[in-house]
Design a binder for this molecule. Structure first.
Ligand code: SAH
Length: 345
């Protein structure tokens, strides 16, 4: 059993099962999720006899830093973490004026197959446990000594393809007995698994939902995102509208601008119409070229023209701040290099 993925009630039950007093659950929970202990031995108020039982029966999940790169220009840190089974995931630590933000992974690899994305090159290996998701934030907090106030689930993997663990993660990380990060400061990004968007809406969490749209017609979306063969843009936007109406949270649309593929001014016009219907904010991401993919970034003037068109039509739009450019700080690039280690220096 993965002890760090349990909620407090489940941990109490576990203590009962091994004939320990219930208050031990609160102490252990505090060490795991508030003091961010790295092993059982540092839990100084837990008797040695109990620590020995725990060590034998309940493996304690911690992530180890395999590699950390810090941007010389903006202090962004990119972490490559080794998981207990030897797999790797990436996380990014970013400093903003409004606080520190961490981008975490939800799976090892991804099976969604988006054509421009590095995370999906080797397919899906497995989903992450809730413990492995919170640990990305815990390990970064320990390493930087700084509080994390915002989380974006935009690293490797499709969070809505790991639904139950995503919800468990949310409950652990927002728990006031743990790091107590506000749900309003957590963003989940999805390629658009429609039934799970409805399911998520009905959980009534205060999460922000970001939808990766990347095209304004079904035909073009299908050519770059296989998930579009399952759900139309209409179905995706209806689900997003339901999410916004049910939770009161504004939707964010992500649109990666790929030179000559989806960056015409006519598409900006269509994107604006889609966004207005949903009351959504638009986040433009100039594409990060991935060697194996062959897509290129349009020039700055095409990106500006796209943005200006949206602004003229009164859409709320930002261009993602391009931080950590010098350290491959995006979407599976570092893990991909590590796996193909001939070009990993
Ligand atoms: N599976 C989730 C999270 C993916 S990463 C999702 O699909 O939303 C977060 C965002 O980065 C997504 O919008 C994704 O489509 C985009 N992205 C992936 N690779 C990219 C690249 N090489 N350049 C620009 N954006 C990219």
């Amino acid at each position: 059993m993965d002890i760090k993925s349990l909620n407090l009630d489940e941990l109490k039950q576990l203590m009962k099962d091994i004939s320990q007093p219930s208050y031990r659950a609160g102490q252990i929970y505090d060490w795991m999720h508030n003091k961010l202990a790295t092993d059982y031995d540092s839990m100084s108020n837990i008797p040695e006899s109990l620590r020995e039982i725990l060590k034998k029966e309940y493996p304690y999940t911690v992530l180890t830093i395999d590699r950390m790169q810090e941007s010389a220009t903006d202090g962004t840190r990119k972490y490559l973490f080794a998981l207990p089974d030897g797999n790797f995931v990436e996380s990014v630590f970013m400093r903003y004026k409004h606080g520190n933000s961490v981008c975490i992974s939800s799976q090892v690899g991804c099976r969604m197959g988006c054509k421009f994305c590095a995370s999906t090159l080797g397919g899906l290996v497995r989903s992450l446990e809730p413990s492995e998701m919170v640990e990305q934030i815990y390990a970064i907090t320990r390493d930087t000594g700084e509080r994390v106030s915002n989380i974006v689930i935009m690293g490797i993997g499709e969070p809505l393809d790991n639904y139950d663990n995503l919800i468990r993660f949310y409950k652990l990380i927002t728990d006031e007995k743990g790091l107590n990060i506000s749900g309003r400061n957590i963003t989940v990004s999805t390629c658009g698994i429609v039934p799970n968007i409805y399911k998520l809406a009905d959980e009534h969490l205060s999460l922000t939902l970001a939808i990766s749209l990347h095209a304004t017609t079904d035909e073009k979306r299908r050519s770059i995102m296989p998930i579009a063969n399952e759900y139309t843009i209409r179905e995706v936007t209806d689900a997003c509208k339901y999410y916004a109406d049910t939770t009161g949270r504004r939707i964010s649309i992500e649109y990666s601008l790929i030179g000559g593929v989806n960056d015409s001014v006519a598409e900006a016009e269509q994107l604006g119409v889609i966004a207005s219907k949903m009351g959504a904010h638009i986040n433009l991401i100039p594409v990060n070229p991935v060697k194996e993919r062959g897509f290129v970034r349009g020039d700055r003037s095409a990106i500006e023209a796209f943005k200006n068109k949206l602004e003229k039509n009164a859409n709320n739009v930002t261009i993602r701040r391009e931080i950590g450019q010098d350290i491959d700080a995006s979407c599976g690039q570092l893990r991909h290099k590590r796996m193909n280690s001939t070009d990993y220096d």
